[in-house]
Design a protein around this ligand. Structure first.
Ligand code: K2U
Ligand code: ZN
Length: 170
């Protein structure tokens, strides 16, 4: 059950629109299992395949309370079919180190996907789950929450991050 390496900005895999999962193979099952393990260890409430270097339309989410135990929801080829309302949440991202910012999202979304058994599933999300689903599905389009904030804030973060990487490499 290996914990996977989480890619961070500016890794190009984070900017790629991901490929549809054609078939739920053993490799896809193992990747979903390892993504869940990696998510819990981070800790996080969601993780998308590009964050661990796979440009596949696959995410895992678990917004349940820790005392409720681990109940990862695996979503294959997810898409938003309903979206309404507006809400603002201070988001972070496991692939965007040391930065949080207010992001506006839909308040409620309905997502249709396929589960690991190849069966269709529908998830209705409100509150944190709605935000998490939108955040993870953005990852599948190669979009980070940075792409939903002002250009000034984005450029300031990118400049600071690239400077930090150079400093770490010196
Ligand atoms: O995709 C990721 O980087 C995982 C994020 C997803 C997320 C970001 C913002 C808001 C909701 C979900 C991680 O879960 S960040 C850690 C976290 C934990 C609890 C609540 C919010 C964020
Ligand atoms: Zn993220």
């Amino acid at each position: 059950m290996p914990v996977l390496d989480i890619k961070t900005f500016p890794d190009p895999v984070l900017n790629r629109a991901c490929r549809q999962v054609r078939e739920v193979t053993q490799e896809v099952r193992e990747l979903a299992r390892d993504m869940a393990e990696t998510m819990y260890q981070a800790p996080g409430v969601g993780l998308a395949a590009p964050q661990v270097g796979h440009d596949l339309r696959l995410v895992v989410v678990d917004c349940s309370e820790p005392e409720e135990g681990q109940n990862p929801i695996v979503l294959i080829n997810p898409r938003i079919v309903e979206a309404e309302g507006a809400t603002v949440f201070e988001e972070g991202c496991l692939s965007v180190p040391e930065y949080t910012c207010d992001v506006e999202r839909y308040e409620r979304v309905v997502v249709e996907a396929m589960d690991l058994d190849g069966e269709p599933i529908t998830i209705e999300g409100e509150g944190l789950m709605a935000i998490c689903l939108q955040h993870e599905l953005d990852h599948l389009e190669g979009r980070l929450f940075l792409d939903r904030i002002s250009p000034l804030k984005r450029s300031m973060y990118k400049k600071r991050r690239l400077k930090q990487i150079k400093k770490d490499q010196a």
